[in-house]
Design a protein around this ligand. Structure first.
Ligand SMILES: [Zn+2]
Length: 97
């Protein structure tokens, strides 16, 4: 199940039932954001920054992906989206210098 197929929000219990793992707490690195987030690991071992959006009410204990609310979302790299940049392989000619 990928993040796109998940209906948010999810409670911690629901995430645990999906066999996601809460790993630790953190702060968003967005320069204008700096919100407290929680790092979860999905069943596919991808890192997901989640946050509590509502402090009170029915959804108070629910978590959303942080990039849905992040003011720096355009700078936010989804960890599961793009493969890591692979350094360009050395050109063959350079290998024989
Ligand atoms: Zn943020």
């Amino acid at each position: 199940m990928t993040e796109q197929q998940i209906t948010w929000p999810k409670t911690r219990e629901q995430l645990t039932r999906m066999r996601w793992q809460h790993v630790n707490f953190g702060i968003c690195k967005g320069v204008n954001c700096k919100k407290r987030i929680e790092w979860w690991k999905t069943i596919d071992k991808a890192w997901m920054p989640l946050e509590k959006v509502f402090e009170t009410g029915e959804l108070a204990n629910s978590l959303f992906p942080h990039w849905q609310s992040c003011v720096d979302a355009q700078n936010f790299k989804k960890p599961t989206d793009e493969p890591k940049a692979v350094p360009a392989a050395a050109k063959q000619t350079e290998m024989f210098k």
